[in-house]
Design a binder for this molecule. Sequence first.
Ligand code: COA
Length: 268
Amino acid sequence: MTVLVEIQDRIALVTLDRPDKLNALNFATIDRLLDLLDAFEVDDRIGAVILTGAGDRAFSAGADIAEFAVSVRAGSAVALRDFVRRGQSLTARLEAFPKPVIAAVNGLAFGGGCEITEAVHLAVASERALFAKPEIQLGMVPTFGGTQRLPRLAGRKRALELLLTGDPFTPEHALELGLVNQVVPHGELLPSARHLATRILRHEPSAIAGAIAAVTRGLNASIAEGLQIEAEQFARLAPTRTLADGLAGWLARKEISASRSATCHPAG
Ligand code: COA
């Protein structure tokens, strides 16, 4: 088994489990992740997903070079089908997943490991994490969305510097780029990711899904289309009982605090 799953407190902890290969993403691992996401989407026991890597060295060293080299030797059509489309499907699925996905980057996040971090909704990095876009050293471009999402996150010139040099970069630099949300001591990595998930899980799943959909789809649209997407997400939530209860609860709390302060400070 290349991926481990543990469910606790409505959080699915998914661990890439090929530590002897630095959790390189072979086809079986990608297919397993896609199957798991299909299952998680319809499982009401799961509200959020945390993705991490097994072992003490890597989150993931990227696509499995030994495996995809075979596809490349078989020609572009095979490589596009077996390798590129498969990897792009994974990162697109993570990006648009309706429940929050948080990367807990425990070590090396090279190539596809970095692209997963770019695609997920939120990321926490250990102080021991190290990122890189090393594909240029192999004579290729990133193929799991890495030429598209990093420039959107970090800006064109900062992304191109990393894509064109292939140089590794620190978790602190990843934080500056907006690639991760937090950098934490190694021992606090999973607790921090869980804490982040728990803060989100206080809220209504449909509102969470609406915010993710509006941001993800809107980022790749014009501002006018993005505003339309936002309005559609609101329209989907407007008739729900949850929103009616949320608004009524807030108004009732205001009324109580207003009547309390009127009692404490009687006019005149
Ligand atoms: N694909 C397949 N196997 C990989 C891999 C990858 N992306 N990254 C590491 N491995 C394997 C190594 O082959 C080695 O396995 P082996 O002992 O059976 O030969 C094992 O993981 C440990 O890696 P190793 O290279 O010995 O570790 P290192 O500390 O010397 O170097 C890296 C670490 C990350 C610098 C190096 O493994 C590397 O360059 N990996 C490829 C990164 C990359 O280009 N990713 C993008 C692919 S498109």
